[in-house]
Design a protein around this ligand. Structure first.
Ligand code: C5P
Length: 231
């Protein structure tokens, strides 16, 4: 199945509540919404065949007019309705990915994915079937309780911060999502659903610049990365 058909799912149906703003206006970077840059990365990569985006229904036409048409993102095959959770949004797209051999899932709010990390993810998933991008942790992690008092220090040697993209064979991730739904399990990423199946997931080195833009501070950082123009 090497070199099979690769589809991409972009969950973009979060309300951005932590941002205290409403997508998309305040999410502009140099005149375009964040997802514009995210889609560009996949549009540009020759191995990607199709993209499915999950958005809230009331943003469907905004997405079509201001993002997909404007950016000529002709790989976007479909826009599906988002779900209550990220997992549900991904699921709505996943069931439409019939005919795909491989699926790459990437948060809409991570526009600074480099072509080299994407290429490494594609190469690795075709060898190992399940991949997550991440970076080793440099800060000290502590478990806290109550009014934020420290319970204990966690050994950080084996701790990584996991990002997206995450990539899987279509059959594996579909099975993992179906199982999670059946069992009422809600994960914050897709790898956690695959972990529950006892499947090993390979790690690909990510980048500290591959940030998830969720807070006003993240947006400041994003503007700075954009200005520098190198990620
Ligand atoms: O929820 P989280 O902050 O991890 O969001 C990661 C991505 O999931 C974002 O791109 C967001 O738009 C998306 N999301 C979604 N549907 C939801 C919640 C989040 O597509 N119900």
């Amino acid at each position: 199945m090497k070199n099979g058909k690769i589809g991409v799912i972009i969950p973009a149906a979060g309300r951005g509540t932590r941002m205290n703003h409403y997508f998309p206006k305040q999410f502009l970077l140099k005149g375009h919404p964040i997802i514009y840059y995210t889609l560009s990365v996949f549009q540009e990569h020759e191995a990607i065949a199709e993209i499915i985006v999950a958005v809230e229904e009331d943003l469907h036409s905004y997405m079509e007019e201001n993002v997909i048409k404007r950016g000529s993102f002709d790989k976007v095959k479909e826009i599906v309705a988002g779900g209550k959770s990220r997992q549900e949004s991904v699921y709505h797209a996943l069931v439409k990915g019939k005919g795909w051999d491989w699926v790459i899932i990437h948060d809409a709010v991570r526009p600074f994915l480099s072509q080299s990390i994407l290429a490494k993810t594609i190469e690795t998933v075709q060898e190992r079937e399940a991949v997550a991008v991440g970076i080793p942790l440099h800060d000290t992690l502590k478990k806290v309780a109550g009014q934020a008092t420290i319970v204990k220090t966690l050994p950080r040697d084996n701790l990584w911060m996991i990002q997206t993209p995450q990539a899987f064979s279509y059959s594996l991730i579909s099975e993992a999502h179906e199982k999670a739904r059946r069992e009422g399990f809600e994960g914050t990423d897709d790898a956690s659903l695959v972990e529950r199946m006892g499947k090993e997931i390979s790690l690909v080195m990510g980048s500290p610049l591959n940030i998830k833009i969720t807070t006003p501070e993240d947006l400041l950082l994003a503007q700075a990365i954009m200005e520098i123009g190198d990620w």
